[in-house]
Design a protein around this ligand. Structure first.
Ligand code: NAP
Length: 296
C-alpha cells in the first residue's frame, strides 16, 4: 500500500495564505496590524532559529513582530517585569516566550505571569484548563493544534477512532490527547497516552487508527509497531549524524518513515510535516488574539 503523504509544508502555506488575506482586511477595517512579541533569552542556536522563523512568518503575513532579546544573565525579576509591560501594552496582541529558559529562571513562573488573553502559544494553565473542560474559544497549543489540522485533512471524521499518543509532555502529548478526546471539536476519539512506563509499547501502538509520535527518540516507531491503514503524525524533530555526509547532521522524526509508510494510510514526513504547521498555528492564534482584543 502506498501511503498518502500528509504535506505539512503545503497545508501550512495554505493556512498562511488565508491568514494573509484576513490580516489585510483586518488592517483595512481598523487601521492597525496584529503584533506578536517574541521574547528570546540567551543565545541557544536552536532557539535563535525558531525565533527567526517566527519573525519571518510574521513579516510574510503582515503581522508586526517585536523581538525582545536579552542576555542569559537576565534575572527572573527582570524577565517578569518585561512580561508585565508586554501584558499591559495595548499594541501587543500576542506574547511568546521561547523555551527553554536559562536554568536560574523558573519557566512556570514566567509562563504563568503571562496574560492568558495574549498567550498565543497556548501554554498558560488557564487556557490549558479551559481546553480540558471543552471550551472552544481558547488558544490551543500550536503543535498539537497543527497535528489536529493535519489529521482532519486525511480523516475528516475521527469520531470513535482510536488515537494513540506516544509521549506525555505538557506541550505536545497531553494537550494532543486532550484535544482529540473532546466531544465538541474535530475529535471525539478514543484516546490512549503512552510513555516510558509502558512495559510493551507496541501493545498500544498496534491498536492505533491514528498514531501521534511525540517521544523525541529517532525512528522509534517501527513497522511492526503499527497496524495496516494507520494515520501517522510524526512530531519528532531529532538531529542525527548524516552517514552520507560525514560531519553533518540531518533531521529525522520519531517514526521509521521508510518502513512505516508501506503500512500506513497516511503519514507526515520529517521535515515538512508537523514542523511548518506549528508556526502556521501560532500565526492563527495571534490573529485570533488581535480580533478578540479589538472586538472584531
Ligand atoms: P519531551 O518533553 O522530551 O517528552 C517526551 C515524551 O516521550 C515523554 O512523555 C516520555 O515519557 C516519552 N518517551 C520518551 N521515550 C520513550 C520511550 N522509549 N517509550 C515511551 N515513551 C517515551 O518531548 P516533547 O517536547 O513532547 O517533544 C517530543 C518530540 O517532538 C521531540 O523530538 C521534539 O523535538 C519534537 N517537537 C516538535 C515540534 C514541532 O513543531 N514539530 C514541537 C515540539 C516538539 P516519560 O514522560 O515517561 O519520560
Amino acid at each position: 500500500m502506498m501511503a498518502i503523504l500528509i504535506d505539512g509544508k503545503q497545508t501550512a502555506a495554505d493556512i498562511r495564505a488565508g491568514l494573509k488575506q484576513d490580516i489585510a482586511s483586518l488592517v483595512n477595517e481598523c487601521g492597525k496590524k496584529p503584533c506578536l512579541a517574541v521574547v528570546l533569552i540567551g543565545d541557544n542556536p536552536a532557539s535563535q532559529v525558531y525565533v527567526r522563523n517566527k519573525v519571518a512568518a510574521c513579516a510574510e503575513l503582515g503581522i508586526e513582530s517585536r523581538e525582545v532579546l536579552r542576555d542569559a544573565s537576565i534575572t527572573e525579576d527582570e524577565l517578569l517585569s518585561i512580561l508585565a509591560a508586554l501584558n499591559t501594552d495595548p499594541a501587543v496582541n500576542g506574547i511568546l516566550v521561547q523555551l527553554p529558559l536559562p536554568k536560574h529562571i523558573d519557566e512556570k513562573k514566567v509562563l504563568y505571569s503571562m496574560d492568558p488573553a495574549k498567550d498565543v502559544d497556548g501554554f498558560h494553565p488557564f487556557n490549558i484548563g479551559r481546553m480540558m473542560i471543552g471550551d472552544t474559544d481558547v488558544f490551543l497549543p500550536c503543535t498539537p493544534f497543527g497535528c489536529q489540522e493535519l489529521i482532519s485533512r486525511v480523516m475528516p471524521d475521527t469520531a470513535g477512532k482510536h488515537l494513540v499518543v506516544v509521549g506525555r509532555s505538557n506541550i505536545v502529548g497531553k494537550p494532543m490527547a486532550n484535544m482529540m478526546v473532546q466531544k465538541n471539536r474535530n475529535a471525539n476519539c478514543i484516546v490512549t497516552i503512552c510513555h516510558t512506563a509502558a512495559p510493551d509499547l507496541s501493545v498500544y501502538t498496534r491498536q492505533a487508527d491514528i498514531l501521534v509520535a511525540a517521544c523525541g527518540v529517532p525512528r522509534f516507531i517501527t513497522a511492526p509497531m503499527v497496524k495496516d491503514g494507520v494515520v501517522v503524525i510524526d512530531v519528532g524533530m531529532n538531529r542525527i549524524d548524516d552517514v552520507a555526509n560525514p560531519g553533518k547532521t540531518r533531521l529525522v522524526g520519531d517514526v521509521d518513515f521508510d518502513a512505516v509508510k508501506d503500512k500506513a494510510l497516511a503519514i507526515t514526513p520529517v521535515p515538512g510535516g508537523v514542523g511548518p504547521m506549528t508556526i502556521a498555528m501560532l500565526m492563527k492564534n495571534t490573529v485570533r488574539a488581535f480580533r478578540i482584543q479589538n472586538g472584531m
